[in-house]
Design a protein around this ligand. Structure first.
Ligand code: 4NP
Length: 157
């Protein structure tokens, strides 16, 4: 059959633990994109939470906005991710340094962007780590990621 192959754009969200911010970013962006054309995943730079579900506070704030991330499981950034993904969004400047330190080519480095740069161009604004914070901090993280993912979805559409 002469079917046109479907082009899939692969997007990776990265934070430190892959249990608070990046699983939320994954769920939020996935909710805004057509699954036929976009694959969204998330990883941590650290390995403490590999195989673990997201932090219950991230699950809760996601559900309160209609985004269910309870089925996600932690994974650590691997070398192959730099080739498997087209866009790599990191949450803060520490993530940026850690990810860039693992990239081996300019093409790989060009894929890596701080997620709030899509809103505050070049201002290097962090999505703050809410791990030691309150429910309000998780809500603030949700709002920041929702704003950034709206912009990303608009740019990729
Ligand atoms: P995340 O938050 O990077 O947004 O997933 C963290 C979760 C766990 C830890 C650090 C940050 N930890 O040190 O275990």
């Amino acid at each position: 059959m002469n079917e046109t192959p479907t082009t899939v754009t692969n997007i990776l969200m990265v934070c430190l633990g892959n249990i608070c911010r990046s699983p939320l970013a994954e769920g939020i962006l996935r909710s805004k994109l057509d699954a036929t054309h976009f694959n969204v995943d998330s990883v941590g730079t650290g390995d403490w939470h590999v195989g673990n579900p997201p932090d219950p506070r991230s699950v809760k704030v996601g559900l309160s906005h209609g985004v269910d991330i309870s089925g996600l499981r932690g994974r650590q950034l691997s070398e192959s991710d730099f080739n498997d993904f087209d866009h790599i969004y990191v949450m803060d400047q520490n993530n940026l340094e850690d990810v860039l330190a693992k990239a081996t080519t300019d093409e790989q480095r060009r894929k890596v962007v701080m997620i709030l740069d899509v809103v505050f161009h070049g201002e290097k604004v962090d999505v703050p780590d809410p791990y030691h914070g309150s429910a309000e901090d998780f809500e603030r993280v949700y709002e920041m990621l929702d704003t950034a993912c709206d912009q990303i979805a608009k740019e990729l559409a």
